[in-house]
Ligand binder design. Structure first.
Ligand code: NAP
Length: 259
């Protein structure tokens, strides 16, 4: 399928690996020039080189912490008016409801709620002026079905989801579509660190921890970054103009709900 976005430009945040990289690769495959971001320069530059070589698009690497104002300014300076924005950042650590203090919440809110909101506020006006834009926010299945040990994530992402619910409907008439992608468990380093948490907490092997988590997914396996990226690229495509303010689960059926 021709996604109709060849020659467009995109910022993909937190994209040196994992789900962000999956989105960057799928957009590059559709012919989109990219600014990609992560904090560590080395792996990020390597990813940028690999994507540029594989897909023949322009890829600019901007090493910066997207949860900070300075980091976002650096990313936006490299591409002030992108056609497409994919918001992403690392997820907060697991823990227990009584462990978290104000500072822990502020950190989670900065990374997983306020950073994507700030990025949207920066790019939406130009998207609206040109009459075309796409924003995809990577959130989590925890928005629909809370994951108890990820209370910081549950809280911050619920806030972002509320903001997108209203904002997406305010900008849709200008040809700008904002949607959220809700990953269930995907085979990335983040999944490995959560497997390690289960392994340590229950005193079981990593293999057993992974098998235990995979057994909670009707598909019987973790998702792949390619599958995730393909859905992201579709939401960023010309074809997705009538999809507004949706929260799309990619979870292998893990959230047990009819709707
Ligand atoms: P990952 O494989 O650990 O990759 C995280 C990426 O984000 C890396 O490129 C990392 O590079 C970058 N990053 C982290 N913090 C950043 C920051 N403050 N500023 C800029 N870049 C940053 O993680 P993932 O599995 O792709 O997860 C992506 C998001 O989806 C996370 O928020 C995660 O909680 C959420 N999620 C993941 C899953 C899953 O199963 N994988 C499920 C539900 C939700 P640097 O470290 O160099 O910055």
């Amino acid at each position: 399928m021709d996604l109709g976005i060849k020659g467009k430009t995109a910022i993909v945040c937190a994209a040196s690996k994992g789900l962000g990289r999956g989105c960057a690769e799928a957009l590059a495959g559709a012919g989109v020039d990219l600014v990609i971001n992560a904090r560590s320069a080395g792996p990020l530059e390597q990813t940028a080189r690999e994507i540029a070589e594989k897909y023949g698009v322009k890829v600019t690497a901007v090493a910066a912490d997207i949860s900070t104002e300075e980091g976002r300014a650096k990313v936006l300076a490299a591409m002030p008016n992108p056609d497409i924005l994919v918001n992403n950042a690392g997820g907060p650590p697991p823990g227990m409801w009584h462990d978290w203090d104000r500072e822990d919440f502020i950190k989670a809110l900065d990374a997983n709620m306020l950073a994507p909101i700030a990025m949207m506020k920066a790019v939406l006006p130009a998207m609206m002026d040109q009459g075309w834009g796409r924003v995809v926010n990577i959130t989590s299945q925890s928005v629909k079905s809370p994951i108890a040990v990820l209370g910081l994530s549950n809280s911050a992402r619920a806030g972002l989801t509320g903001y997108v619910g209203g904002t997406s409907r305010q900008v849709a008439s200008k040809g700008v579509n904002i949607n959220n992608l809700l990953p269930g468990i995907h085979a990335t380093d983040r999944a490995v660190s959560l497997d390690q948490g289960v392994s340590a907490a229950q005193g079981i092997s990593m293999e057993a921890a992974k098998a235990q988590r995979a057994a909670t997914i009707p598909a019987g396996r973790y998702g792949t970054t390619e599958e995730f990226g393909a859905m992201c690229a579709f939401l960023c495509s010309e074809k997705a103009g009538f999809i507004v303010g949706q929260n799309i689960l990619l979870d292998g059926g893990a959230v047990n709900a009819t709707l």
